[in-house]
Design a protein around this ligand. Structure first.
Ligand code: SF4
Length: 200
């Protein structure tokens, strides 16, 4: 059996693979298209890693442009490890970004933004669609009311974290990225258009 890929590098940033679990079933996700690979990295995990296993793999966190929590699943599903590692990175001069599906408050049944704000510089939230129908078509949420929960999280996030960006993928059927950008403007956050098969 090959060892789990817990960290991987894209450009000058180090990425952390905290979990391969997720409550969405995005049709564009590599793992729902029969692949366990992103770039050259195999990201399927045999178990969810603890902070003690990740921290030694970070060497000097200040050497990276960013330390990014973005793996093969939703990082806030492994919140305890995320927070411990992010605090370590901040304490050692690094920058932290979390890429999330924005359903962390729904999952944990509490507002996790104050905890994230204490150790996260940038939050990137996948909006993916301008309305619930298109979202449900592409993301197939396993939790009820996911789209509304996501919108609520997007509105709340800039009250806690200064740099918040929401994203949508250009070219998916029915996705109107201009309308997604409008949602970003209304929430007072940045917008980034993504492209299929581009991770970062
Ligand atoms: S949120 Fe990310 S990890 Fe989860 S299914 Fe969608 S693309 Fe895959």
């Amino acid at each position: 059996m090959t060892a789990d890929t817990l960290v991987y590098d894209i450009g000058n940033s180090r990425y952390i693979n905290l979990t391969d679990r997720c409550t969405l079933r995005c049709q564009f996700c590599p793992k729902h298209n029969g692949s366990t690979q992103v770039h050259d990295y195999q990201l399927k995990l045999s178990k969810r890693p603890m902070a003690e296993v990740i921290i030694p793999l970070l060497e000097n966190p200040a050497q990276y442009k960013e330390v990014v929590f973005c793996g093969f699943g939703e990082p806030t599903l492994n919140l305890k490890t995320l927070l411990s590692v992010a605090h370590y990175v901040k304490a050692h001069g690094g920058n932290v970004r979390v890429n999330t599906d924005g359903l962390g408050n729904r999952l944990h049944k509490r507002n996790i933004l104050p905890e994230l704000a204490a150790c996260v510089d940038r939050l990137s939230i996948s909006l993916n669609a301008q309305n619930e129908d298109v979202y449900n078509t592409h993301c197939k949420p396993q939790l009820p009311n996911a789209y509304q929960e996501l919108l609520d999280f997007i509105k709340l996030a800039p009250h806690y974290i200064k740099h918040v960006t929401i994203t949508a993928i250009e070219g998916l059927p029915g996705v109107d990225t201009a309308a997604c950008e409008k949602i970003a403007k209304q929430a007072g956050v940045h917008f980034k258009k993504r492209f299929l098969d581009q991770v970062g």
